[in-house]
Ligand binder design. Structure first.
Ligand code: FAD
Length: 452
């Protein structure tokens, strides 16, 4: 018996139902395919590609420790799998269930190609999310549209057992494995200077540190912008270097651990919404007929972190610098774009996806819709005031000072409220005057929503 384990967003050997099941066969082909369609799409960006290559290098090392190797191909995943099924006489293919449109199409096409070949397709649940989308549903609907009832129900479902890595990986003899291509052959452009390193080993180190030292401060600290008190596990979760089931299993009953599980459940929530409404990756979940403004200059200032609103600029510069942004800053910058500047959420979501190393269609686009008021927020018209947010979540100004060094000598009040500083002084510091009067613009937004 020969099986193929097709890795996608599950780049690990621990707690991997896909690899464990495939490894029950006499021989297994651990396969990763660089999907030409994804490579030529806008989703292929340097930060995620650099992180992905780290993950694949690390996965190959783990598979070698188990006696195997990662088999690398480039092209159409369905055609590559079919070729291997034919040449290796494989009788089963294992893959994780996923929710994006591309993943659903791939699954259907695989099903078709394998049926023709008398080869079975095993699509494993509880790999990418702890509970498969579609399992936790309310009466009479195919998904939950509100987080709190979802979370209550989701928490009642038992988790599957955590799995150890397979004992051994036996490759078919003579199979061509191929080397990992250089990044320049896959994706052009520079990576952010402070990108974390990818891979299951880095993920497990971080998880260990997080449970040993970090998580204790989570409940009080997770919204503190300068405190850096969140797990920073999102890129590892996105690429499946760590299993959500294993993470949740490790959490005990303390308040901090329960709060952390609740955050992980947001990830599950957005995945089940997107699974039920795949078109909402780009279409409004709740259409509001907003007439978004067209303002390329304001959009560019936002992207560049030069809006003249320091807390917004700090967030945008953290994104460019690290390929990651604190959740509170994501909320502030997204609210600023969609509600203060009144620009279409899709423009913001695309810029985030260009840079985020954890960039993920379910989490990113559904969170953008949540903030823009076209998604699942039960208070879609709330507008954040960035100055008030700054005073509350960056009370000493350390976050702004770190990412907007032009302003670093200023006292905290001026730092958060640059309209208190003369235009000349701002110009001397090389920092722009605010591109918008926030209070006026927010009032305009409330009025426009009131009319709808
Ligand atoms: P922690 O606070 O340590 O949380 C643990 C984990 O819970 C995270 O790693 C993440 O997997 C999950 N989580 C936490 N908050 C959320 C949330 N609101 N929605 C979904 N999952 C959550 N997260 C992404 O993983 N990818 C994205 O592309 C993404 N885009 C976002 C865009 C916007 C506009 C907003 C407001 C949020 C977005 N988030 C996204 C959610 C959240 O900001 C990040 O998951 C979080 O900041 C990651 O940091 P952390 O791992 O330290 O989080």
């Amino acid at each position: 018996r020969t099986a193929i384990s097709l890795f996608t967003r599950d780049l690990r050997v621990h707690d991997s139902p896909v690899l464990r099941q495939a490894a029950e066969a006499d021989r297994v082909v651990p396969l990763f395919v660089f999907d030409e369609q994804v490579l030529s799409s806008r989703f292929n960006r340097p930060n995620r590609m650099a992180f992905l290559l780290d993950c694949l290098r690390d996965l190959d090392r783990s598979l070698r420790d188990l006696g195997g190797k990662l088999v690398i191909r480039r092209g159409d995943p369905v055609a590559e799998v079919a070729e291997l099924v034919d040449s290796q006489h494989a009788t089963e293919v294992h893959i994780a269930r996923d929710v994006s449109t591309r993943a659903l199409t791939r699954e259907q096409e695989l099903h078709h190609a394998l049926t023709e070949r008398d080869c079975s397709l095993h699509v494993h649940d509880a790999v990418i999310t702890a509970q498969p989308p579609g399992r936790v549903v309310p009466v009479g609907n195919d998904h939950f549209a509100v987080f709190t009832p979802f979370f209550r129900r989701w928490a009642e479902f038992p988790l599957r057992p955590v799995l150890a890595p397979p004992r051994a990986i036996r490759l078919p003899s003579g199979i061509r494995t191929s080397r990992l291509p250089a990044r320049s052959k896959l994706c052009a452009g520079d990576v952010s200077p402070r990108l974390p390193s990818g891979g299951e080993r880095s993920a497990r180190d971080r998880v260990r540190q997080w449970f040993d030292a970090g998580i204790g401060e989570y409940s009080e600290g997770h919204d503190d912008l300068a405190g850096d008190a969140t797990s920073r596990l999102s890129p590892y979760l996105h690429f499946g270097c760590i299993s959500p089931v294993e993470l949740i299993e490790q959490c005990g009953p303390s308040e901090a651990e329960r709060d952390f599980v609740r955050q992980l459940a947001w990830r599950e929530f957005h995945h089940q919404v997107l699974a039920a409404r795949p078109a909402c990756s780009h279409r409004d979940y709740r259409p509001r007929q907003d007439r978004w403004r067209h303002d390329p200059q304001a959009l560019q200032a936002w992207r560049d972190g030069r809006t003249g609103i320091p807390i917004v600029d700090a967030g945008m510069r953290q994104l460019a610098w690290e390929g990651w942004m604190h959740n509170r800053a994501r909320l502030i910058t997204a609210s600023f774009l969609t509600k203060t500047l009144h620009l279409d959420w899709r423009l913001g979501a695309q810029h985030f996806l260009d840079l985020l190393v954890d960039g993920d269609i379910a989490n990113n686009n559904m969170n953008w819709q949540w903030v823009a008021g076209t998604g699942t927020d039960t208070r879609p018209n709330r507008v954040l005031n960035p100055m008030r947010q700054a005073a509350r979540y960056d009370p000493n100004g350390d976050y702004v000072r770190k990412y907007v060094p032009e302003l670093s000598g200023l006292p905290v009040r001026a730092l958060h409220e640059p309209h208190r500083i003369s235009a000349d002084e701002l110009a001397d510091r090389g920092y722009p005057a605010p591109i918008v009067d926030v209070d006026e613009a927010n009032a305009r937004f409330r009025q426009s929503r009131g009319k709808l």
